[in-house]
Design a protein around this ligand. Structure first.
Ligand SMILES: [Zn+2]
Length: 68
């Protein structure tokens, strides 16, 4: 379940997995196309969030690749 702002409802609305119409990954994050519970179509950008352990491990690997 995720929450999005629906402009046509002018409110935050919860989406169920069945409300998701498609997902497109971009460099800035995933664009999620949805249909809210009231039937409005919309899309929202879900920005990528680096999680602690992955981000801490990624930095040294990046440096090794750059040095090779
Ligand atoms: Zn709506």
């Amino acid at each position: 379940m995720m929450a999005v702002w629906c402009d046509q409802c002018a409110a935050q609305t919860l989406l169920w997995p069945s409300d998701i119409r498609g997902i497109v990954n971009t460099a800035g994050g995933a664009i999620v196309a949805y249909r809210c519970g009231a039937g409005h179509d919309g899309a929202t950008l879900v920005e990528r969030v680096a999680r602690g352990p992955v981000a801490r491990r990624a930095a040294p690997v990046d440096r090794q690749v750059a040095a090779a």
